[in-house]
Ligand binder design. Structure first.
Ligand SMILES: Nc1ncnc2c1ncn2[C@@H]1O[C@H](COP(=O)(O)OP(=O)(O)OP(=O)(O)O)[C@@H](O)[C@H]1O
Ligand SMILES: [Mg+2]
Length: 356
């Protein structure tokens, strides 16, 4: 086994599922390691649920293969697959107690009574709802019901747990709590998870890796950090985080924006769209020099403050430049001395460019 990659827990190979409308999923490849939490992220209709339902067996792909622990599951019905799914709506049986909702799957598997009782108790502890066995789902809040749904999925001890926007029906505060809890559950159980969301912040905060999807295809698979710092395509740059987009000209290893030059990592020529994060825009503070005062250096833009919005410990500033409006983040104290119409020289610490 030396130097050998461990077999992926889940392997999606060239999966295609195109509906009559022409929409669907067009050639998806993804490998998920054991214990990994991978998120499918993308706008509505990009194919996230289609991929998840194909893994769970609720949809049959047109072509391609899906392997779990090295075995193809395509001919296995959903209830026999080593997967469990948590949906956006809790899907608990309303007329059954929490205990019966949780025990159901284990009874079908003919587990012993005592074993079931112990497993249910443990699962409820894991989702922080100990002692709720005898409640009816209707007596629980939305967040609590979703915890029960997660517990029910955990009890099936799936090789891969599938979660389709499980927290999107919950309010913002609860959603944050559930994220943390899911992370803790993952850490304590070592479960492999495929999580679907269209919320980029949710994806960035809980994932080991993110799969960014667009129109049935994968744009990028990477860690949250790399997705944020190195968006590979213009789509990913637009979809993840805040970004300024400026028209420019590629001149090999640099980009020319309105006569200013900035180095770029990947050489490009011709028309490009330059992308700059607001945190990578700074005010050139050395106002003593003529260059910095807005006469223009090779990489300094004269800019006019249009708007200052205080957002807690920092402020979002919009400044007009020859290349268009640019947003930048500045510390709140610095923002206090900025005023509408003020001329500020700005520079960029990092520019990424995309063809077109
Ligand atoms: N059963 C179906 N019949 C026809 N078209 C479908 C079917 N299921 C999904 N589609 C289409 O396939 C595309 C992908 O749908 P999917 O549900 O996978 O998107 P999604 O990324 O989960 O979106 P959302 O964020 O809105 O849940 C969409 O254009 C959708 O309209
Ligand atoms: Mg969906």
């Amino acid at each position: 086994m030396t130097n050998q990659q461990p077999q992926p827990q889940l392997s999606i190979q060239n999966v295609q599922k195109v509906f009559k409308t022409g929409d669907g999923v067009k050639g998806v490849n993804l490998e998920v390691k054991k214990g990994e939490l991978v998120t499918l992220l993308g706008p509505s209709g990009c194919g996230k649920t289609t991929v998840l339902r194909s893994i769970g067996g609720f949809l049959e792909p047109d072509s391609g293969d899906i392997l779990i622990e090295g075995r193809s599951v395509l001919n296995v019905p959903p209830e026999k697959r080593p997967t469990a799914m948590v949906f956006q709506s809790y899907n608990l049986w309303p007329h059954m107690t929490v205990f019966d909702n949780l025990a159901f799957g284990l009874k079908i598997r003919k587990r012993k009574k005592e074993e079931i009782r112990a497993a249910v108790e443990k699962a409820l502890q894991l989702v922080r709802l100990p002692g709720t066995e005898n409640k009816m789902p209707g007596q629980l809040s939305g967040g609590q019901q979703q915890r029960v749904a997660v517990a029910r999925a955990l009890l099936l001890e799936p090789a891969v747990l599938l979660l389709d926007e499980p927290f999107s029906a919950l309010d913002a505060k609860l959603r944050l709590e559930m994220r943390e809890e899911l992370r803790e559950i993952q850490a304590s159980t070592g479960l492999t998870m495929v999580f679907v969301t269209h919320d980029q912040e949710e994806a960035l905060s809980i994932s080991d890796r993110i799969v960014v999807m667009n129109a049935g295809r994968i744009e990028q698979i990477d860690t949250p950090q790399r997705i944020y710092d190195h968006p590979e395509t213009l789509f990913v740059a637009q979809f993840i985080g805040r970004m300024n987009f400026l028209k420019g000209q590629g001149t090999g290893a640099s980009v020319d924006i309105q006569g200013r030059r900035f180095p770029i990592a990947r050489a490009l020529n011709g028309d490009v769209t330059a992308a700059v994060r607001p945190e990578d825009v700074f005010i050139v503070e050395n106002t003593g020099s003529a260059e910095a005062a807005g006469q223009g250096g090779s990489d300094v833009f004269p800019a006019t403050v249009r708007q200052v919005m205080i957002l807690g410990h920092y402020a979002e500033v919009t400044a007009d430049t020859a290349a268009g409006p640019i947003k930048l983040f500045v510390p709140r104290e610095r923002a206090a001395s900025l005023y509408h119409g003020q001329l500020i020289p700005i520079g960029f610490t990092r520019v990424t460019a995309y063809a077109g």
